[in-house]
Design a protein. Sequence first.
Length: 386
Amino acid sequence: MRYLTAGESHGPELTTIIEGVPAGLTLSIDAINHELAKRQGGYGRGGRMKIEKDQVRITSGVRHSQTLGSPITMIVENRDWKNWQKVMSVEAVSEKDQKLRRVAKPRPGHADLVGGMKYQHNDLRNVLERSSARETTMRVAVGAIAKQILAAVDIEIASHVVILGGIEASIPEKLSVKEIQAKTAASEVNMVDETVEAAVKELIDQTKKAGDTIGGVVEVRTDNVPAGLGSYVQWDRKLDGKIAQIMLSINAFKGVEFGIGFEAARQPGSKVMDEIVWEEGYSRTSNHLGGFEGGMTNGEQIIVRGVMKPIPTLYKPLMSVDIDTKEPYKASVERSDSTAVPAASVVAENVVATVLAEELLEQFSADTIADLQQAVAQYRETIKNF
Ligand SMILES: Cc1cc2nc3c(=O)[nH]c(=O)nc-3n(C[C@H](O)[C@H](O)[C@H](O)COP(=O)(O)O)c2cc1C
């Protein structure tokens, strides 16, 4: 399975084409729209989210709710586009109109300046329109299909926010995907610990008032992933490496860890490795390594965390330089959120789901979803008897 995304933040629409989804999957469009709505939610989101109520339109690869095995094209319209038609016009416009909404004061922490230098754009809007996290909309749409492939082989996945602006959720030692889903269902900040919810929302309000922004840490967990996905035999087949890459590809993500992650630097080996036991199959007495050994899943929960920096656009802007005059100036302000960590957890869940679905389809190459189900069931039986 492979896919590309396309589209500018204020262009007419966002697009993706996914190739390699097996035929015969009963696809729920509601489930895709549900993920898109979750990505747009979360306490502390700005005005853009009120304008865009994302709905996916599928224009190929699905008939009568069934995937055909042919490329699936998905489109999400940018409703705000009607206000940006001149600014984002594909056709040439007058010299005066070329200056509309021109960005000449790059925002620190964004792609604005370096993208302008690299692609020689005199209007930094040409950069920010694509570097914007609006792009993650289509990755979530792809992930929502990936999650349906995973569900067909009983693999579950969920996400939650572990730290927001320094406030940390207390997380039980064992936390299943179903528990995450149940505990976060009513949370506006996608946290499993309701005792910190009020403090987190208060912090978001204060931050917004101060014209500032906050970041955090998100966690993705999976249940029922069989042991042996990924491989140790070649560096680029290590599945933890692929997941790390996709996590870091999410806008504003600066670090990733599995299980106890960076804490392993402070602990002796006896407190880090997970001891092996056998009881009608192999399992571990702990899961400090987050479900990976040798680049392969080991049958325990995958536990992966990513750190998101605070949003770089500040309503109290940071100092920058005007690219025309080279004079110091306050950075431009685009409509922005004070935090997007809850939304980012939804993005993380969906991009990890995509990598897992890609891996499954590589390992158990299948033209139809029934073939995949049969191959995975047989594999589960084989490793059970090892
Ligand atoms: C879901 C999500 C929403 C975001 N919303 C905003 C936003 O409203 N304003 C902003 O300045 N950055 C936002 N960001 C972060 C920027 O897109 C990101 O920092 C920027 O593209 C630069 O990339 P880098 O931080 O990965 O280097 C968001 C990120 C995510 C994942």
